[in-house]
Design a protein. Sequence first.
Length: 325
Amino acid sequence: MRRYSRITGTGSYLPPRRLTNADLAAELAAKGVETSDEWIVERTGIRARHFAAPDVTTSDLGAQAARQALEAASIPASDIDLIIVATSTPDMVFPSAACILQNKLGIGGCAAFDVQAVCSGFVYALTVADSMIQTGAANKALVIGAEVFSRILDFSDRTTCVLFGDGAGAVVLEASDTPGILASDLHADGKHVGILCVPGTVSGGQVLGDPVLKMDGQAVFKLAVGVLEDAARATLAKAGKTEADIDWLIPHQANIRIMQSTAKKLKLPMDKVVVTVDQHGNTSAASIPLALDAWVRNGKIKKGDTLMLEGVGGGFTWGAVLLDF
Ligand code: ACO
């Protein structure tokens, strides 16, 4: 009998400090940077974001989300035999945020590693965990997307610092006789490194290069819309399904206009699209599991619904996962 993987619990965590656009605009104005609620809402759909306190790390946020997912799955942390954290803002250069988080959950021994695919990180991590469960390498996995993007923002650059937020989302993925994950499709094209990157690195005891986010917004926008449509169609084809089978599209929450364009290309009404970017901003690898958990907890996503998860981000990376919830 074929082994599948299935999500059995979801969880999420947002740090308590919430800034509306007006709050952020006031903080930026004090530094001589001009922006407005109107501009941010019109161009991005973002109304608020959460920022972690200075001493709070990615593994702190991820561990909170993981605890909630374990509770929802009704299993103890000690049952977990694989932890994958998708992040571009790990606590340290090494070890991985996954190892630090494993220790915070009070467990040890199981495989734990990070996946770095920026805003596509969660669909990459979910695909890796699914593959490991299908082959029997794991039985019960925690797949987490967690970020503190506020640490890598340039608050003098209004074209980027208004877009991002911090947070974490998690799922428990367990082996099952029935799907679960139906198909996935992952891609990358490294020739686009320069349009979205944090070019700094640690060398010789110093930070070399600029350790803050750089983005060509319009180039990202154009690429994102095209690849999200392609990834969704490829994933549907692999699963022998069509757009009509999708109950909920859960795209990476970067920008409402990217989501609207993707939905239009897939001929999906916006009431089938999960939107949390207004409240969370862009939380990179955390955005999809945060959105999933929000819609599970508000009762809109129900057991048996077919979900299309889609990510796109720096690298350039992109991908999609189709699953029965
Ligand atoms: N507040 C006020 N004005 C601003 C701000 C701001 N925060 N940022 C830029 N502006 C100004 C610019 O200076 C410019 O002014 P000018 O015309 O006088 O020169 C004007 O607004 C227009 O700027 P553009 O950069 O052309 O604005 P655009 O319509 O392209 O919107 C945006 C920028 C929102 C970044 C858009 O390009 C976009 O959505 N790109 C997609 C990128 C994205 O969402 N990335 C997220 C990370 S990537 C990922 O997650 C996949």
